[in-house]
Design a binder for this molecule. Structure first.
Ligand code: G1P
Ligand code: ZN
Length: 548
């Protein structure tokens, strides 16, 4: 249908008061997002805040979860009513988060909308979410997301164009009146970039010599990317990909690449016939978990070992100017950076804090303990990129993942690391716990517990070195004298209740401690952390709800 002008309807409605974006965009239950006017109002608040130039280009794509395509149609209509004239959208509404970041940059978009609740469950009773990214491909800053929240609270309505649904099934250009729409192959640009960064010939040779890879796409967005890269280009057998079909409810799985939610993969890695590298990604493809035969690679170790191995990977042979990790992430990266004589920045939790550093060219590699790693090739974390990095490294080194890790630990020491999560339905009590801990900080400094002393205790405050913006209350950290550290913070991505995250770390150097299990080394620290924060007293928990 050809429309000569856009018919725009102004809809009046009351504002919603609960549209404050969290660590990575606005996440709510599908039922909340499907309330009349809910998505429309949030998108209008974004356009009111961003004030994009008339005629600007927008990128839209999502992780394929339930409500993805309906939401895309709605966003296109609101975008058109707000003066945008070009929309680039992934075929079938799909774009992984890292691919969307790349496409936003490459197509010179004024903004990007990524529809995802990341690793949260999908389906009609699951979660939905929306992140909005800047022209750099990075997530909107905290200042912008707060401004959107304020705008959403005062909204009196929204504008929506009367457009028929866009056909998302076929790639190519179409027009709906003044609106130009380009439906793109979600994997094309991303695949081309991966071919530039990694040595596909060396990987093919390694695979031909009998090595095997197993990738669990968890019925989420990465299935199509993995098929294109691992199977079509690198020659892995098709059954190397597990749960490869993208499903709106992720097949009932929890698409979170961690040892609990990807327990099947961990079990495979323990079998005598384990693949050489096993990996999983999450709903929107930005997280990664890496395993080898009888070996789990902790994310904090992964980024540190990547830094120590850059010379082996074609796209990174010239090194990086600096690196960064989120504050709760293990300090294994700092040790390698110090050895290389490059800076290691410590940022608050959430990928968006890396973006200024990446954009300013201060860093070229960064990571979070929550299974997130990436480089300056995009402005989001990138699951499949991390998997390809490790496959390339195995192909270059011709030894096992475990051997690479053992050599690394012998050189730099090992940072045993665990995260203990405590969930409570009572958000108020969780907030009280944190407030009490914060006021106890001055008294904790210098205190002795058995043979360890608390050397420093503070509430992490970040000042962005690029734009000088400040972020307060980003986590409470206690640094102990024996190479240990405890960090506490509340999760910012849940949709109900509150989760207290307790991050435990200990740097050890002797062979026996290096070879001990993390649970053994960290149990006393975890118990001390629970005691210091009076976790049982505040939220009634005797043990963590989950340990990773
Ligand atoms: C979690 C992770 C954090 C990550 C975020 C988005 O946030 O801890 O590192 O950036 O998901 O993937 P949290 O729930 O802890 O606020
Ligand atoms: Zn994610």
């Amino acid at each position: 249908m050809i429309l000569s002008t856009l018919a725009i309807t102004e809809v009046n409605c009351a504002p919603f008061q609960d549209q404050r974006p969290g660590t990575a965009g606005l996440r709510k239950k599908v039922s909340v997002f499907r309330q009349p006017h809910y998505l429309e109002c949030f998108v209008q608040a974004i356009f009111d805040t961003l004030k994009l130039p008339q005629g600007a280009r927008l990128v839209i794509g999502g992780d394929g979860r339930y409500h993805n395509t309906e939401a895309i149609q709605t966003i296109i209509r609101i975008a058109a009513a707000n003066g945008l004239r070009e929309v680039v959208v992934g075929q079938h509404g799909l774009l992984s988060t890292p691919a969307a970041s790349l496409v936003i940059r490459k197509y010179g978009a004024a903004a990007g909308f990524i529809l995802t609740a990341s690793h949260n469950p999908g389906g009609p009773d699951g979660d939905f979410g929306l992140k909005f990214n800047s022209p750099t491909g990075g997530q909107a800053t905290e200042q912008v997301t707060e401004a959107v929240f304020r705008a959403s609270q005062q909204l009196t309505g929204y504008r929506i164009a009367d457009l028929p649904p866009v056909d998302l099934a076929r790639t190519g250009h179409t027009r709906l009146g003044e609106l130009a729409i380009q439906v793109i192959d979600p994997a094309a640009d991303y695949t081309a970039l991966m071919q530039q960064l990694f040595d596909f010939d060396a990987i093919r040779d390694w695979l031909k010599s009998g090595h095997r890879v197993r990738f669990d796409a968890m019925h989420a967005v990465t299935g199509l990317y993995a098929r294109r890269i691992l199977v079509d280009l690198l020659g892995c057998p098709p059954d190397s990909i597990l749960h490869g079909e993208s499903l709106p409810d992720f097949g009932g799985l929890h698409p979170d690449p961690n040892p609990i939610d990807a327990a099947g993969l961990v079990a495979e890695s323990m079998r005598a016939d384990s693949a050489d590298l096993l990996a999983a990604s999450d709903g929107d493809g930005d997280r990664n978990m890496i395993l080898g035969p009888e070996f789990f690679l902790s994310p904090g170790d992964s980024v540190a070992m990547m830094l120590a191995s850059l010379q082996q990977i074609p796209g990174y042979r010239s090194g990086v100017p600096g690196v960064a990790r989120s504050m709760p992430t293990s300090r294994a990266l700092d040790v390698v950076a110090a050895r290389l004589g490059i800076p290691c920045y410590e940022t608050p939790t959430g990928w968006r804090f890396f973006c200024n550093l990446l954009e300013a060219g201060l860093i070229g590699l960064c990571g979070e303990e929550s299974f997130g790693t990436s480089s300056a090739h995009v402005r989001e974390k990138d699951g499949l990129w991390a998997v390809l990095f490790w496959i390339n490294l195995l192909a270059a080194r011709r030894c096992s993942l475990k051997d690479i890790a053992s050599q690394h630990w012998r050189t730099y020491g090992r940072h045993h690391y665990q995260r203990w999560d405590y969930y409570t339905a009572d958000t108020a009590r969780a907030n009280e716990l944190v407030a009490a801990l914060r006021s106890a900080l001055p008294g904790l400094r210098g205190r002795q517990y058995g043979d360890v002393r608390i050397e420093s205790a503070d509430d992490f405050h970040y000042r962005d070195p690029v734009d000088g913006s400040e972020s307060a209350h980003q986590g409470i950290r206690l640094v102990l004298g024996n190479g240990s550290r405890i960090v506490y913070r509340l999760s910012g991505t849940g949709t109900t209740g509150a989760t207290l995250r307790v991050y435990l770390e200990r740097h050890v150097h002797d062979e026996a401690s290096i070879n001990s299990s993390g649970s053994e080394i960290l149990a006393p620290l975890g118990n001390l952390a629970a005691e210091l924060a009076r976790i049982h007293e505040f939220i009634g928990a005797n043990a963590p709800t989950g340990m990773i």
